[in-house]
Design a protein around this ligand. Structure first.
Ligand code: NAD
Ligand code: UFG
Length: 342
């Protein structure tokens, strides 16, 4: 019998790619999303790729009554993969209460439902942001959690703590927090991908929008960092590789392979790349020239961060496999595809 997985935020960027991987692995996927940062057409993309349309319920996870109704409608849910959140770092500084309310209340409601409706497993979308400016590189799962430098980052730290506290007193519950480094790229079909609203904050969507002519040039934020070429270094991971790690985490939970009721894994490639290396690789992969100018450092940015992935590779039996060039080409194909539609 198919196992039911609830994917919150499943019409969003990472959620939609994970829904595809889960459906392809034979899971029955139920998506909840209020579409605050995604669109209903994403369901068409998932269906076109997999041949299956996931169940979809549109509501705000801050509404606990709606969650009750959902759990009664789908009594066989075994896992919640919790992606739904507001995620813009800068915006979270402007409207902190919206971020704390949305991200914390939705998570608390889901944990309450796990207890009330006997849903034993959760996979939570956390972030490498919890490590702040790391003392040592690469960053292992044992690296200390540092004071968050934005309300958004703080919600991730607080939710991880809330999950742990809840699990400590509910021995039938288990959870895995996955700390993402920098997810980039799109599904190779170019039928789903990232849909940033307005001016993109992240590097790769800005690069693809520059290549297609929506932006005049890429703003490279700082070339005086303590890195080989002076530009910031990050660990960029293909979104499909990242999604596959969720399938591994779910299987680990369902197969009762966890070493403790709460586990944490880094999801990255283990390799740090600079802004200029991304630009050069994009040009090589796509044949598109990227115009760029050097700007001052962006407030809050750090020099360099990348993951130690040995623990997640070993324990999850998973490894990021898709090459950087293939990943950047997928981002470019997605950009071309969405502009064709609009
Ligand atoms: P996204 O904005 O594309 O997807 C999140 C989805 O959640 C959206 O579709 C949005 O409509 C939905 N949502 C938000 N609040 C909701 C609510 N109260 N009720 C119902 N639906 C709600 O973001 P993403 O990039 O796919 O990120 C997914 C998760 O991964 C988030 O938790 C994010 O914080 C985390 N994360 C993302 C990155 C990244 O670089 N993309 C890095 C680290 C962690
Ligand atoms: N950058 C530019 N120009 C841009 C955008 C970014 O030069 O237009 C640079 C940044 O200065 C940084 C690098 O590109 O050096 C990556 O920046 P992103 O904004 O793409 O990603 P961040 O590392 O700042 O943050 C991302 C997510 C966060 C998450 C974090 C975890 O946006 O939510 O990864 O590592 F917390």
């Amino acid at each position: 019998m198919k196992k039911f997985v609830l994917v919150t935020g499943g019409t969003g960027y990472i959620g939609s790619h994970t829904a595809v991987e889960l459906i392809e692995e034979g899971f029955e996927v139920v998506i909840v999303d209020n579409l605050v940062n995604s669109s209903i057409e994403v369901l068409d993309g998932i269906e076109q790729i997999t041949g299956i349309r996931p169940h979809f319920e549109k509501f705000d996870l801050c509404d606990s009554i709606k969650i009750d109704e959902l759990c009664k409608k789908y009594p066989r849910l075994e896992v919640i993969v919790h992606f739904a959140a507001l995620k813009a770092v800068g915006e979270s500084v402007e409207i902190p209460l919206d971020y704390y309310y949305n991200n914390l209340v939705s998570s608390i409601n889901l944990l309450r439902a796990m207890i009330d409706y006997n849903i034993p497993n959760m996979v939570f979308s956390s972030s490498a942001a919890v490590y702040g400016l790391p003392d040592k590189l690469p960053v292992t799962e044992d690296s200390p959690v540092k004071k968050a430098n934005s309300p958004y980052g703080n919600t991730k730290q607080i939710i991880e703590e809330i999950i742990l506290d809840t699990i400590n007193v509910n021995s039938n519950l288990e959870a895995i927090s996955l700390r993402y480094f920098n997810p980039i790229g799109a599904h190779k079909s170019a039928l789903i991908g990232e849909l940033p609203l307005g001016v993109p904050l992240n590097l790769v969507p800005y690069v693809t929008q520059t290549a297609i002519g929506i932006r005049d040039h890429l703003r490279v934020f700082g070339n005086d960092y303590n890195t080989p070429d002076g530009t910031g270094v990050r660990d960029y991971i293909n979104v499909v590789d990242l999604s596959r790690a969720h399938v591994s985490a779910i299987k680990r939970l369902l197969d009762k392979k966890c070493k403790s009721n709460y586990e944490v894994f880094n999801l990255g490639t283990g390799k740090g790349l600079s802004v200029m290396e991304i630009v050069k690789s994009f040009e090589k992969a796509t044949g598109q020239k990227i115009k760029y100018k050097i700007y001052p450092r962006r407030p809050g940015d750090i020099d360099i961060v990348y993951a130690d992935t040995s623990y997640s590779n070993r324990e999850l039996g998973w490894k990021a496999e898709i090459s950087l060039e293939e990943t950047l080409l997928s981002a470019w194909n997605w950009e071309k595809n969405i502009r064709k539609k609009s």
